[in-house]
Ligand binder design. Structure first.
Ligand code: NAP
Length: 255
């Protein structure tokens, strides 16, 4: 039987008009959630939401630029008015800083020559945007009986992996923008998890793997649906699930 919005789990995915975020939104809709497609371009958000609805899901486009305070506050206000609460927040919106060049191949992110304005722009989206959205949505998440926050990170966030001169990142270019922004997101994940543990809001970070999207000019080897699997798993954790963790689809990752 079709349930009303307020009986369904309500999930917001930022940057859900394409790529991994869109695939996560599609999967959550298949699982029966009401999915709010966050998109900074209203038209592209509406296109994605319409596609989810055409497949039988319940989806609504929400105008949301994570770097724009007014946009973030307006999105929270609209979600409160239309849905009354939020159960799942996936902080997926992110930029590489180097357009469609994978940050690990980007010569413009090499620390000694990086443009500080580019670093600022990357942190504005990947780090400060997450704080802005999470804090705006927290009053709505607190109304959920089982809220989950998923921060979309990267293997490149791992200080353990990137700090190993013989490790998997040894052959890749050093990055002063994207990789540190995701390491900062790791730190934020732990701090939010620590604050929200008493409220039983589970906050985790996930590395989707190397996924075929615009962000790496479609050089990734995983499909967006495969990349989204870890986001969906952390968005659907049971009450005994972890909090303050960092995971790939293969299991826990080192910080
Ligand atoms: P993508 O296809 O480029 O999608 C990124 C999404 O974020 C787009 O919807 C984009 O919107 C949105 N976005 C960017 N800035 C925004 C802002 N200020 N406000 C709202 N939305 C904004 O990239 P993706 O590969 O799916 O990336 C999704 C997440 O996965 C990112 O956090 C990325 O760092 C992470 N990740 C990806 C990979 C990979 O291999 N692809 C690996 C590790 C981690 P527009 O369409 O308007 O630009």
């Amino acid at each position: 039987m079709e349930r009303e919005h307020n009986d369904r789990i309500v999930a917001l995915v930022t940057g859900a008009n394409k790529g991994i975020g869109r695939a996560a939104a599609e999967r959550l809709a298949v699982l029966g959630m009401t999915v709010l497609i966050g998109a900074r371009d209203g038209r592209r958000g509406e296109e994605a939401a319409a596609a989810v609805r055409a497949a039988g899901g319940d989806a609504h486009a929400i105008a949301l630029d994570v770097t724009d305070r007014d946009s973030v506050l307006a999105a929270a206000k609209r979600i409160e008015a239309e849905f009354g609460r939020l159960d799942v927040l996936i902080n997926n919106a992110g930029i590489t800083g180097s357009g469609q060049t994978s940050p690990m191949d980007a010569t413009d992110q090499i620390p000694s020559t990086v443009d500080l304005d580019m670093v600022r722009a990357v942190f504005e989206t990947n780090v400060f945007g997450v704080i802005a959205v999470t804090n705006a949505m927290l009053p709505l998440l607190r109304r959920s009986p089982a809220a989950r926050v998923v921060n979309v990170s990267s293997h490149a966030a791992s200080l353990t992996l990137t700090g190993d001169p013989d490790g998997p990142f040894a052959a890749l270019l050093p990055s002063a923008a994207y990789s540190p922004s995701k390491s900062a997101l790791s730190a934020l994940t732990i701090q939010y998890a620590n604050e929200l543990r008493k409220d039983r809001i589970l906050v985790n970070a996930v590395a989707p793997g190397f996924v075929d999207t615009d962000s790496n000019n479609h050089t990734g080897h995983l499909t967006p649906a495969e990349g989204a699997a870890g986001l969906v798993r952390l968005a659907t954790l049971g009450p005994d699930g972890p909090t303050g963790g960092f995971f790939s689809e293969d299991g826990p990752l080192p910080w």
